[in-house]
Ligand binder design. Sequence first.
Ligand code: URA
Length: 427
Amino acid sequence: MAMDAVSVIRTKRDRAELSDQQIDWVIDAYTRGEVADYQMAALNMAILLNGMNRREIARWTAAMIASGERMEFSSLSRPTADKHSTGGVGDKITLPLAPLVAACGAAVPQLSGRGLGHTGGTLDKLESIPGWRALLSNEEMLHVLDTTGAVICAAGDGLAPADKKLYALRDVTGTVEAIPLIASSIMSKKIAEGTGSLVLDVKVGTGAFMKTIEDARELASTMVGLGTDHGVRTVALLTDMSTPLGLTAGNALEVRESVEVLAGGGPADVVELTVALAREMLDAAGIKDADPAKALADGSAMDVWRRMIAAQGGDPDAALPTARETHVVSAPASGVLTRLDAYDIGIAAWRLGAGRARKEDPVQAGAGVELHAKPGDTVTAGQPLLTLHTDTPDRFDYALQAVEGSYDIAAAGTDFKAAPIVLDRIA
Ligand code: URA
């Protein structure tokens, strides 16, 4: 059947269902460059405004998978387990999690991305380790995975190329926050990657794409349904992203904190979420007798981390880069910190140089925000609340604008209970 982009756009604009043929055609034609960016942008906006039903989302995801190659790990002796986060501030969990789960017996292929906007990217963080390479051939990736148990690297150009083009377009056309588009984007990559099991960390709160628990639940159950239909054992945790994870947001700052976790220390929320996700991954992979908390305490996760970093050219003992300049924000009053907003801190870190405004921009390894208190902590007037880090001090003013109004301090003695990290589980 002859197809044209305008009639596909009109179908969704007029709130009708896209047929399987329309979906297959538009994804293929866009990947080949026959459908223009401005036409796909209009279709994305129509999808954001009018939604898609389960059949449309499943077909859209299948068409994105079919746009590229599929990997498979059947040659490995261990079961594979992967996790994907929908993106947050200070979300460095992949760094300690991948070696931890590998230390407990699974193979962890983590094809990761770079940050864009206020959420950080795992590859940008790891690239602050001197010598570390994100780009591996498929053979190199399998070799690292086979020899160390875990690999974190960039997804090759052959994997779901439709998503690469679509995600970059959505990012600059205000169409990221659509549940059908997020679900199909994440799941097409994960299914094409060939993992046997998948744990999704669906973030909820100001620093996440999903601001409400209801939207997060809908996104999670859509993704779990897509994974299960494609034979991937999939489970989702809904986790809090109203405040940054841990005490750092920024590339090298987050690597440092991740290494602290692997050394058996680190902030309690990062440890709690790392262990919770590790348990889910091991369970989904069918590994019943491992204890992730023990593997953090006894150094076996750290051993895998060191081998994994070295296998990709990195020096696990090298000093991490630090920013040339710092600026301390002090607490204006004494009392209990009751709010420290994830989105505002993410924007501040981004403005300091930790993130990029355009895909081709470089990031500063040392830039970011260090937190000296978390919601629930007691603070004293004048004590450091945040330290801003950057190589380019002319960025401080703009970052300080983001930080202004990002926190609340209530009178000493105020009864305040911080939100739990894990809010719900969907399987
Ligand atoms: N992460 C992705 O890979 N895709 C999205 O659409 C959102 C978050």
